[in-house]
Design a protein around this ligand. Structure first.
Ligand code: NAD
Length: 416
């Protein structure tokens, strides 16, 4: 079995590969290969049974040359500083690829919220937020939802810091409920952006989406919306999975019905007229489009030779290891990289931040149209560089992003 590489090692390797090819100055390459600021916090939470449990969390700001750090907050037992740092670096590139004025940040708390009560999650969130006071803020670092966090958790985070400040801080976090300055269209934004990027790629490749067999790993926010919108574009959804296992039907299934099943049973498993399939097998099934939308390091050198999809759209962050990338490229499998494919979420988060700062809110139609314009333009820019420089799409996306960040660093200069 391949030991899974550290996400940070993967992120740095991806960055260095592109930066060396771009001929970046050594000082800048050394700077961008590290995070600007990292905070580790340890704090107690009173649990429902009155016991006190100690939790550890992190917040990493990789780069803020182009604007405040921006990135999600993850609650998961496997959260580590290594992973949080990698995710913050990927956010820097993602914001730059789509040209929004943010740097990269990410946070995480080591915990298993599926085994915690709602009040315990609320207390953990409020205490973690308190520990971040002064470190995050609308003009410093703006958190958003990620794995196992949601609009309610963002509302608690925002409320906690607003209580301390003595006034309401709407643009402090994004992905908030619409009742609290959240943006229409934010929940679906990542999957919607992915569907735009897949449609553009299909155009480019001459791949018809009508009945294109599609498998989606992970059926949370990103996976379920991607499945639904790709289904709307004509794709045949043949396999879906979550942490409990997967389901397969070569004739296709309606993701909206699967969402209803998940609402009732908490899992895709057991959806009628499907065969059970493991998460590992899902990645290798016969399909045209594969959407990894769960966690990182899913496509490795072990399974990359067995993948049958023609197109992989990375809904998750970092699902493909560099070794797997090389194998997929040799096999002519196109990978739409995370920094482009799942950038719709942060793009609508940017819209939310702008709307909160202006106290002026847009319609869902306006939001989706602006999202489409940004995703289409970004996708075209990345494909153009890939064609021009004869590189894969990840390298092309990195070229676009790193160039923008490096230029911001150069014109800002070195202080003092
Ligand atoms: P989520 O918590 O809503 O859903 C995660 C899904 O993955 C769930 O269905 C869960 O059961 C499944 N899962 C968890 N562990 C798994 C495992 N070991 N094997 C298979 N499935 C597993 O999270 P999300 O917000 O949809 O995020 C998914 C991925 O997308 C993450 O990599 C995240 O960083 C990335 N992402 C999210 C957003 C966003 O807007 N939410 C934006 C960009 C990228």
């Amino acid at each position: 079995m391949e030991t899974k590489p550290s996400p940070w090692a993967v992120a740095v390797e991806q960055f260095n590969t592109a930066a060396i090819q771009l001929g970046m100055e050594d000082y800048l390459r050394a700077k961008l290969a590290e995070c600007e600021r990292i905070l580790t916090v340890t704090f107690p939470v009173r649990m429902s049974d009155d016991s006190i449990q100690i939790f550890t969390g992190y917040r990493s700001q990789h780069n803020t040359a182009r604007g405040p750090a921006k990135g999600g907050l993850r609650y998961h037992p496997s959260v580590s500083l290594d992973e949080v740092k990698a995710l913050s670096m990927w956010m820097t590139w993602k914001c730059a690829v789509v040209g929004i004025p943010f740097g990269g940040g990410k946070g995480g708390v080591i915990c298993d919220p599926t085994k915690m009560s709602l009040i315990e999650v609320e207390r953990l969130t409020r205490r973690y937020g308190t520990s971040l006071e002064g470190f995050i803020g609308a003009d410093k670092d703006v958190p958003a939802p990620d794995v196992n966090t949601n609009a309610q958790i963002m509302a608690w985070l925002m409320d906690t810091l607003s209580m301390h400040e003595g006034h309401t801080l709407l643009p402090l976090v994004t992905g908030k409920p619409v009742a609290l300055g959240g943006s229409l269209g934010r929940v679906e934004a990542t999957g919607r952006g992915l569907s735009f990027v897949v449609a553009d790629a299909a155009n480019h490749l001459g791949l018809s989406l009508a009945s294109a067999a599609t498998a989606v790993q992970g059926f949370g926010n990103v996976g379920s919306t991607s499945a639904m919108l790709l289904h709307d574009l004509g794709c045949k959804i043949v396999a879906l999975s979550d942490v409990f296992g997967g389901i397969y039907n070569p004739q296709g299934m309606d993701p909206r019905q699967v969402i209803e099943h998940v609402k009732q049973t908490k899992s895709v498993v057991g959806f009628p007229e499907t065969e059970p399939i493991t998460n590992e097998a899902l990645l290798e099934i016969q399909c045209d489009i594969l959407v990894p939308a769960a966690l990182e390091n899913q496509i490795t050198k072990e399974n990359a030779p067995k993948i049958k999809a023609k197109l992989i759209a990375e809904g998750a962050n970092g699902p493909t290891t560099p070794d797997a990338d090389r194998i997929l490229a040799e096999r002519g499998i196109i990978v739409l990289p995370d920094v482009l494919a799942n950038a719709g979420g942060v793009t609508v988060s940017y819209f939310e931040w702008v709307q909160d700062l202006q106290s002026f809110f847009w319609t869902e139609k306006e939001i989706n149209a602006r999202l489409k314009r940004i995703m289409d333009e970004s996708s075209r820019a990345v494909w153009a560089i890939a064609d021009q420089r004869e590189v894969d799409l990840r390298t092309a996306a990195y070229f676009v992003a790193i160039d923008r960040v490096a230029e911001a660093e150069r014109v800002r200069g070195i202080y003092p």
